[in-house]
Write a new protein. Structure first.
Length: 308
């Protein structure tokens, strides 16, 4: 199926690093408590969603060797826009000098994969080059005195430059879903802070990641045994481990970056892709399974035949 190929990758995180010991100095917690329950050792904090998106987007463009003015569309996945109006994508577009249109996608932590599927449809419709960015500043909407959530969230951005292909593209199949009856499990009202029912989110997340991943693989005519690299949303190391175990994907085929970045919502999957590429885990010919879940509740999985 014609579609797109990923031509460039980029990532950006704030300079400020906050360790578990930093949090333990002011909260009723400890490094061992946080590590055992989440797998997180540190996170980056600071900046704005647009600033991080611009930095990651510029890196993806440079990595692809494509001038910003040659891009036809910018898609920004985020749950933490700079403002309610206008969309933060317009700010990023202007700063980068990208041509064409720009719009935001909010599917919570599933946002990047949702954006990837939208980009695929636009490529089929004739859009040549698309810059897809996932950028979040979750620490801005978190009560940093709440140890249950303050220890989890981080800020960051990841980006990919997509280019339409005449022949088979990178995306083989996908699965998207949502269940609005579960919106109460993870939400943030205007002017408020994040709320999460951790136990229920954990239980639901493992199930939807496994079911969605299997659906996407089945549509691709593949099995979990065919997956060379599993790149899940980095919400919690225990969720990643439980989902991978149920799918039958061994730990060495899983990309785990939550220990360094925390939960960066829609930025977590592109950050993990950039990390896997730089570490040599991601090479041409790799079959990649992406799977995200988040508030809504939304979920999204995609199977890629990696070419970059």
């Amino acid at each position: 199926m014609p579609g797109f190929s990923i031509r460039g990758l980029g990532s950006a995180v704030p300079d400020k690093v906050v360790t578990n010991d930093d949090l333990a100095a002011r909260l009723d917690t400890s490094d061992s408590w946080i590590t055992e329950r989440t797998g997180i050792k540190q996170r980056h904090m600071g900046g704005t969603t647009s600033e991080l998106a611009v930095a990651a987007g510029r890196m993806a463009l440079d990595n692809a060797g494509v001038p910003a003015q040659d891009v036809d569309l910018l898609v920004l996945a985020t749950t933490t826009p700079d403002e309610i109006v206008p969309g933060t994508s317009a700010t990023v577009q202007n700063a980068l000098g990208v041509g064409g249109g720009a719009f935001d996608v909010n599917a919570a932590c599933s946002g990047f994969v949702y954006g990837l599927v939208v980009a695929h449809g636009l490529a089929l419709a004739g859009t040549r080059r698309i810059l897809l960015v996932g950028s979040e500043t979750l620490t801005r909407i978190t009560d940093l005195d709440d140890r249950t959530l303050a220890v989890i969230v981080g800020d960051g951005a990841g980006a990919v430059l997509l280019e339409a292909t005449d022949g088979p593209g990178d995306l083989i199949s996908y699965d998207l879903g949502a269940d609005g009856s579960l919106r109460h499990l993870l939400h943030c009202p205007h002017g408020g802070v994040l709320y999460m029912d951790g136990k229920e989110v954990f239980r639901k997340a493992v199930r939807v990641v496994v079911d969605s991943s299997r659906a996407a693989l089945e549509r691709a005519g593949l099995t979990p045994g065919d997956v060379d690299l599993f790149v899940p949303h980095q919400a919690n190391a225990r969720i990643i481990s439980a989902a991978a175990e149920r799918l039958g994907i061994p730990p060495e085929r899983c990309v785990v970056t939550i220990d360094r970045y925390g939960n960066t919502s829609s930025a977590s999957i592109p950050l993990a892709l950039a990390d896997a590429k730089s570490s040599g885990q991601l090479t041409p010919g790799t079959v990649v399974l992406l799977s995200g879940f988040g508030g809504g509740m939304t979920w999204a999985s995609a199977v890629l035949s990696w070419k970059l």
